[in-house]
Design a protein around this ligand. Sequence first.
Ligand code: FAD
Length: 470
Amino acid sequence: ASSAEESDVVVIGGGPGGYVAAIKAAQLGLKTTCIEKRGALGGTCLNVGCIPSKALLHSSHMYHEAKSSFAHHGVKFSNLEVDLPAMMSQKDKAVAGLTKGIEGLFKKNKVEYVKGFGKLVSPSEVSVDLVDGGSTIVKGKNIIVATGSDVKSLPGVTIDEKKIVSSTGALALSEIPKKLVVIGAGYIGLEMGSVWNRLGSEVTVVEFAPDIVPSMDGEIRKQFQRMLEKQKMKFMLKTKVVGVDTSGSGVKLTVEPAAGGEQTIIDADIVLVSAGRVPYTAGIGLDAIGVETDKGGRILVDKRFMTNVKGVYAIGDAIPGPMLAHKAEEDGVACVEFIAGKEGHVDYDTVPGVVYTHPEVASVGKTEEQVKASGVAYQVGKFPLLANSRAKAIDDAEGMVKVISEKETDRILGVHIMSPGAGEIIHEAVLALQYGASSEDIARTCHAHPTVSEALKEACMQTYDKAIHM
Ligand code: FAD
């Protein structure tokens, strides 16, 4: 069978890159088809990533607050327990509602939705093995590959999603593990580690590198690690996993120093492998039509998101760049604008990054280490949350704001925030960077009182003058 009419745009993958590209294409008047294999729209982000993880982070935070902070605020009760199935079901409901929402948006914008596994057979044809059986050929003048990414496995550590889980399994455990070992101290490992730590697991994070979240500003990272340790998470840095034994009731992990040395065995009930993600680009026909990828399997594209094969484009986690949902969305919109004959643009220097622990850690622009390495003369403004009235009022004053600006012009180069709500506050800095603002521009902008955002204003004051409240 083959779909009767040719589309202007065919998108393979219905994640934040693909579904946003499809909706935007339709809004620009292009006849659009989106092919998705998982039977639900929203991709990794909505089904097994950003959204379910934030649901569990919120639920577990509420439990943790109730257990450890409520009494201090004068709110007392006698019985507190975790109902894990209820927690999971609230998460699942949120996911189901949102995936249905995208289906609704497809209908509203007249995007044709094909459920199945798509494979490029020519630069203008995709063969689809349909979820409901059978196959079809979908034809398009332009094809966008938005197949996203998958969990990276570790040699010798087989993910069974029971005792050795990926982030997907860690989002759906049926019991709270007594001991959880997380392999990899990136943001996904730390977020999932935080969820189970708050619910009562003993969490040990094993990391090969000398630091957690390597992309983070060094000073913020140090505070961040200290804060996680205060929350009782344990870290084994510069450590590699060399063996896994699942023959007993739990898991025995053999680890040794990254540089080699004495081995130790750690016991775990569950091991979470969160050592990164890899682009999902094998087995989708790229070789057959000659699309170039790099060594890591990422599809190479030009500034217009076009691959070396005319008419075939790629976006999101499947191409180089930060593997983030909002980056994939920006790629999708810009790619489709180019296809529609307009100008598209993504500023990769102003893509924010957020770790949704508590407090959150958010950043945009360069770290101090990067600015130093670039040789530009700079100044740093810092403000501790301890001196912020709102943070003190709500007794949530762990963290700091750090602003780095160019010495000569005071133009903001990077902003790093560890605070409650940092993932929201950071957008003030994103906008400032986008508009080429100076740190003084933020400092002279009236901020509502009392807000945690005032800590950003005061950190900005510190770059060229003095903060008031310090
Ligand atoms: P994906 O979301 O991976 O979507 C690709 C889709 O294509 C998938 O649905 C897949 O089924 C489909 N597909 C693949 N091949 C085919 C094929 N041949 N035919 C048909 N369909 C196909 N990012 C953030 O920005 N913020 C966060 O808080 C965040 N948290 C995360 C937490 C976890 C646990 C994980 C795993 C990831 C998280 N991410 C987060 C990353 C984010 O999920 C990804 O960056 C984002 O989903 C990438 O979007 P994408 O559209 O490129 O790919």
